[in-house]
Ligand binder design. Structure first.
Ligand code: NAD
Length: 510
């Protein structure tokens, strides 16, 4: 593997220039952004003030009033043009994701591909926003439902999918006739600047996009709160920790706004006696150590049947010992850095708690500290646990995989569901009865339930989200678009009488 010197700051400026972002947007400000690759400062952004946020939301609201009257397939054309910009800039934007979020180049490119996929999906959707015609009990009447644009959609995103999460929301919201105001993570605002620049290019090609249809708020939590509290924002889609959701959810409820919450996961996998272990090992590695364990869908809990435990865990231990860790820019690296020192500290704290609860820890130590003294690389940790202790029930946003042994499937499913989170889950089995049990009402209680693939790496065609402390939101595919529209039920009387529903008689002489 090459270990050529890296100048992250220089590379970031050159990528931002290719992506159409002016230097002024990321120099001289108060928000410092560091690359997790080497800890170097790669941006100093000017933060949005509360007054600027209020003004941006006002402009977005005005833009919405005009945009909602543009026919939906025409709105789709804007998203199609934006998808074209993403195709043309996939390499630089993907690489910028790597430099700012630390995921390996393959995953950075994959993140941009996911943006392209959701744009394609939204373009088709722009011709399929449909309502029902419903049978009515009254003669000479029709009843149907219509779907209308909702308003300004607030989007709050996390560092680990710095651009894809915005696109899952925004591509749908734009075809649904909404405006979007985006508060990206304070750790990854540069990729947001680049995405906004590409959007503006597409808007210029489209011609006539109302000014302010897509806006960006740069800053930390307070500016997110300003978005959450603004009455002109009827829906906030917020992705991040459960802690954030606990704050945002009640604030939105207080003003009767809609909340689409995509919060933490603590995803499990069951490996049954009949599992194809070759597939299982590959799936476990991608899901548990990929993105350095920093996906909401990362595999964190592995339940292995007693009969295959030694064979599977032996193979995992070997793989964990040799998985290539290094700069995510270098070919061959599979595990890049943690986002920052706080993430490293949290990981060490959880490993300490696991040891205290009787866990046998392999890995977890800091590596490459000499080459990258300001960055945090770790060897992924495999932790054999005697029981599902408290620490296992928390999401630690780092590559820790807790492994537990089970004897029968009912016990494994009970343990699997006995955590507060409910995002993603999977079972490896070639036994139809076991697979269908896991998928059934009495099986996994998560929003995503897979068979013979890992819990991470969802496609955009399905609805994405989870239950319990994961927040209950659904975004991306299936009928998730409905969250970005308001539904009106219409009853039209085309008769010459006025029959009332439920047969009520209410006659007046007039
Ligand atoms: P975080 O909660 O620290 O921050 C997420 C975003 O919320 C940031 O933009 C932050 O500024 C903002 N924020 C925080 N508190 C806020 C408040 N009170 N009001 C308004 N905005 C606020 O999360 P993170 O560390 O960036 O990301 C990791 C977490 O995100 C993990 O828990 C992970 O599981 C979760 N995540 C979930 C999904 C999902 O789809 N379920 C996807 C990605 C990440």
């Amino acid at each position: 593997m090459s270990t050529a010197p890296i100048n992250t700051a220089h590379e970031v400026s050159s990528l931002l220039a290719q992506l159409g972002v002016d230097r002024g947007a990321y120099e001289g400000g108060t928000l410092t952004v560091r690359s997790p690759i080497d800890g170097a400062v790669i941006g100093q952004l000017k933060e949005t003030t509360p007054a600027e946020a209020t003004a941006a939301i006002g402009r977005a609201h005005d833009a919405f009033l005009a945009w909602r009257e543009v026919p939906a397939p025409r709105r789709g054309e804007l998203v199609r043009l934006f998808g074209e910009e993403l195709r043309a800039h996939k390499e630089p934007l993907g690489r910028l994701v790597t430099l700012e979020a630390g995921k390996i180049v393959q995953e950075g490119l994959g993140e941009v591909q996911e943006m392209i996929d959701i744009c394609d999906y939204a373009v088709g959707l722009s011709r399929q926003l449909y309502g029902l015609t419903i049978a009515t009990e009254r003669p000479g009447h029709v009843m149907r439902e219509t779907w209308h644009p909702l308003g300004v959609v607030g989007i709050i995103s996390a560092f680990n999918f710095p651009v894809a999460v915005w696109s899952w929301n925004a591509a749908l919201a734009f075809v649904c006739g909404d405006a979007c105001v985006w508060k990206p993570s304070e750790k990854t605002p540069l990729t947001a600047l680049a995405t906004q620049a590409l959007f503006e290019k597409a808007a210029a090609k489209f011609g006539g996009v109302p000014a302010g249809l897509s806006a960006l708020l740069i800053g930390e939590r307070p500016i997110g709160e300003a978005l959450v509290d603004d009455v002109r924002v009827p829906l906030v889609s917020a992705t991040g920790s459960t802690r954030m959701g606990r704050e945002v959810g009640p604030r939105l409820a207080k003003r009767f706004a809609r909340a689409l919450l995509e919060l933490g996961g603590n995803n499990g996998m069951i490996v049954a006696p009949s599992a194809d272990l070759d597939l299982a090992v590959r799936a476990i590695l991608f899901a548990a150590v990929g993105t350095a364990g920093q996906r909401c869908t990362s595999l964190r809990r592995l339940f292995v049947h007693d009969s295959v435990y030694d064979a599977l865990v032996g193979r995992l231990k070997r793989a964990y010992g040799s998985v290539p860790i290094g700069s995510p820019l270098e070919a061959g690296t599979l595990v890049g850095p943690l986002i920052d020192g706080a993430a490293f500290d949290m990981m060490q704290k959880s490993l300490g708690a696991a040891r205290e609860a009787g866990g046998q820890v392999q890995g977890g130590e800091r590596v490459l500290a000499e080459r990258f003294p300001e960055a945090f690389y770790v060897r992924p940790a495999l932790v054999e646990m005697p029981a599902q202790a408290e620490v296992v029930c928390h999401e630690t946003f780092a590559p820790i995989l807790y492994v537990l042994r089970y004897q029968d499937l009912a016990e494994a499913i009970r343990l699997h569901n006995a955590v507060p989170q409910g995002l993603s889950s999977s079972i490896f089995t070639t036994d139809l009865r076991e697979a269908e049990t896991f998928l059934s009402a009495a099986g996994s209680d998560c929003g995503i339930v897979n068979v013979n693939i890992g819990p991470s790496g969802a496609e955009i065609g399905g609805a994405f989200g989870g239950e319990k402390e994961t927040g209950g939101g659904r975004e991306s595919g299936s009928d998730s678009w409905r969250a970005y529209m308001r539904r009106a039920t219409n009853t039209v009387n085309y008769s010459r009488a006025l029959p009332l529903a439920q047969g009520i008689k209410f006659e007046v002489d007039a």
